[in-house]
Design a protein around this ligand. Structure first.
Ligand SMILES: NCCCNCCCCCS
Ligand SMILES: [Zn+2]
Length: 343
């Protein structure tokens, strides 16, 4: 399987995140991508290519232009205040506060952020746009007739919505790629999010649409991040009603329960008649993940890949989460190898 990779991911290297009430070193680190790339090479999965630049247009097909401009300018405006450290918000626009967009960068940081774990740094915009190009280059290959491709995307994207960042995500790589597949003639595209955390951003982007089916299997938002989206009763709105499927599972759920949910999701994708599949491939469902609470073990990721291959669809994998850095390479390549082996 072809891998698309850019070393520009290294430009996103946050120092700390506010997690569980305390400031800790970021879990979303460059070493994650290094380990995946090493495993791709070691397991001789296939060619590794650099992304082609696609510019802003494909990004603006799913993201708000003012939000994109904020991401592009935030660091310069933040550092112009004499701040040489990561930019993190200090409050949120919660219920009954004005939904006005502040002029000042500090206020905009609060307006456009979902959490306090997604630091904007000097290299964030360059890294995030390179990740989008990585996903788009993978999509280009599917459009060109390839059966599958792996976009080694970092920073991840599935928590990034139309107009806000969060969960270590700034631009929604999988959504940008799904839209590109649509724009290049694929009439129906499915996005399946197998990350531990609900893909709130991808849901947000496609919630009112029937041409892109969104499905997510994740830790129950009653107890798990992102808490405020990802419930089973969220089925889409307007045109999109019936084209959004959430499979929340209790923290600690066993592996067989997880695979039952996967089979339900695959059945819906087949019913939908998808012409292509984009997989938001988070492997923080791994039993040893430091911030997640499912039980998949490394061999289970081979099974996951094989099940996905059973759909016999052109498939683009976009890396999302996975914070057990030691095994991340094994777990990601197990999915891709399992997919390839199923043929
Ligand atoms: N107690 C866990 C807090 C989680 N904080 C953000 C998680 C982002 C996951 C990205 S895949
Ligand atoms: Zn996650």
């Amino acid at each position: 399987m072809l891998t698309v990779y850019s070393d520009s991911h290294r430009l996103q290297h946050g120092q700390s995140e506010l997690i569980d009430g305390t400031l800790k070193p970021c879990f979303e680190t460059p070493s994650r991508a290094d380990m995946v790339l090493a495993a791709i090479r070691e397991r001789e999965l296939g060619d590794i290519i650099h992304p082609r630049r696609h510019g802003l247009d494909p990004i603006l097909r799913v993201h708000d232009a003012d939000y994109a401009r904020f991401l592009e300018t935030a660091w310069q405006r933040w550092s112009d205040m004499g701040r040489d450290y990561d930019a993190l918000p200090k409050m949120w626009q919660v219920r009954r506060l004005r939904e006005a967009i502040p002029d000042h960068v500090e206020g905009q940081l609060c307006y456009y952020s979902m959490d306090c774990g997604t630091p904007i740094t000097a290299g964030t915009w360059a890294a995030a746009t390179a990740a989008a190009d990585t996903a788009l280059t993978g999509a280009d290959r599917l459009i060109g007739g390839e059966r599958a491709a792996f976009a080694l995307t970092r920073p991840p994207g599935h928590h990034a919505a139309f107009d806000y960042c969060g969960g270590y995500c700034f631009l929604n790589n999988a959504a940008i790629a799904a839209q590109a597949l649509r724009d290049h003639g694929m009439r129906k595209v499915a996005v399946l999010d197998v990350d531990y955390h609900h893909g709130n951003g991808t849901q947000d982007i496609f919630y009112r649409r029937s041409d892109v089916l969104f499905l997510s299997i994740h830790g129950d938002p009653r107890t798990e991040y992102p808490f405020f989206l990802g419930f089973a009763d969220e089925k889409g709105e307007g045109e999109g009603l019936g084209y959004n499927f959430n499979f929340p599972l209790s923290a600690g759920s066993c592996v067989s329960t997880w695979f039952v949910a996967l089979d339900c999701a695959l059945d819906q994708i087949a019913r939908f008649g998808a012409e292509a599949l984009v997989v938001s491939l988070g492997v923080d469902t791994y039993r040893g993940d430091p911030i997640s609470r499912f039980q998949l073990d490394s061999p289970d990721f081979v099974t996951l890949g094989a099940r996905l291959a059973g759909l016999k669809l052109p498939t683009l994998f976009c890396l999302e989460g996975g914070y057990a850095v030691g095994p991340i390479g094994t777990n990601v390549v197990n999915v891709l190898a399992g997919f390839e082996a199923r043929g």
